[in-house]
Design a protein around this ligand. Structure first.
Ligand SMILES: Nc1ncnc2c1ncn2[C@@H]1O[C@H](COP(=O)(O)OP(=O)(O)O)[C@@H](O)[C@H]1O
Ligand SMILES: [Mg+2]
Length: 246
């Protein structure tokens, strides 16, 4: 039995610029991301992690190759359809929390649904809020919350619309290790308890240890992967990649 795929890339190439200064950020990436898993993307700085995530999430167009998300071919989609897909089927979490300072946590969480005039499923909202440990923080403004709590609000905002997949680029990059552990633990819970699919870019082996699967990029190519990683096995794999890179 093959695992159900939530997003896939086929022979994905992304070249920035042209001529002598062209940068081949992705150099033929083939990958299937599994539904209901937390996948981490790792690799040295400049290896193409963000580019891969942006192409998968429909934020950037590949130079060639195919991206399919939730059964839809993103790479050849019109800008209009792409915008709709990003709005309804894809959740985003960035390093900066991007919360609205004048709104409460709850108002921030439901803002995208309110803007889209979509119904807020109260039972699902409660479940997300509970899973992210935010139940007693809903009335607080962002400046009354810790960095970890703010990032958990941003995660709840991404999850509440029930996206097919959530993409997170260095979600704990601004957090101390305790808050990072908190956010990552809750992200993993969103996968294990809510069945969410999450793809996370990180350069931190401890963060990658929360994933079901880690993909390793080097020079725009997929050079390895680990299942059920720990910080130790990730670190060993990263060291091997660096040693193997000329
Ligand atoms: N908008 C851009 N214009 C030109 N080069 C870029 C752009 N974005 C990324 N790159 C280059 O592509 C390569 C991969 O970048 P990136 O995907 O950001 O790597 P990572 O996230 O792994 O650090 C790097 O060499 C980077 O300098
Ligand atoms: Mg990056």
């Amino acid at each position: 039995m093959t695992a159900p795929v939530i997003a896939s890339a086929h022979d994905l190439v992304k070249v920035y610029g042209a001529g002598a200064t062209a940068v081949r950020a992705l150099d033929g990436v083939d990958v299937d991301l599994v539904r209901g898993e937390l996948t981490a993307i790792m690799g040295p700085s400049g290896s193409g992690k963000s580019t891969l995530m942006h192409c998968l999430a429909g934020l950037d167009r590949p130079t060639s190759g195919t991206v399919v998300v939730d059964g839809q071919t993103v790479s050849s989609m019109s800008e209009r359809k792409l915008t709709a897909l990003r709005r309804t089927r894809i959740g985003f979490v960035f390093q900066a929390y991007n919360l609205v300072p004048t709104l409460t946590a709850l108002e921030n969480i439901t803002l995208p649904l309110d803007i889209a005039r979509r119904h807020v499923d109260r039972a699902h909202l409660d479940l997300v809020v509970e899973t992210l440990g935010l139940t007693d923080r809903l009335g607080h403004k962002p400046n009354e919350l810790s960095g970890g709590q703010q990032q958990r609000v941003a995660c709840a905002r991404a999850l509440v619309a029930r996206p097919a997949v959530v993409f997170a680029d260095e979600p704990t990059g601004n957090l101390d290790s305790t808050s990072a552990a908190e956010v990552l633990g809750f992200l993993r819970s969103s996968v294990d308890e809510l069945g969410q699919s999450v793809v996370m870019v990180t350069h931190d082996p401890t963060s990658a240890g929360y994933a079901h699967r880690v993909l390793f990029l080097a020079d725009g190519r997929l050079v390895g992967e680990l299942r059920d990683p720990t910080a130790e096995t990730v670190l060993a794999a990263l060291t091997a990649i660096r040693v193997g890179t000329p």
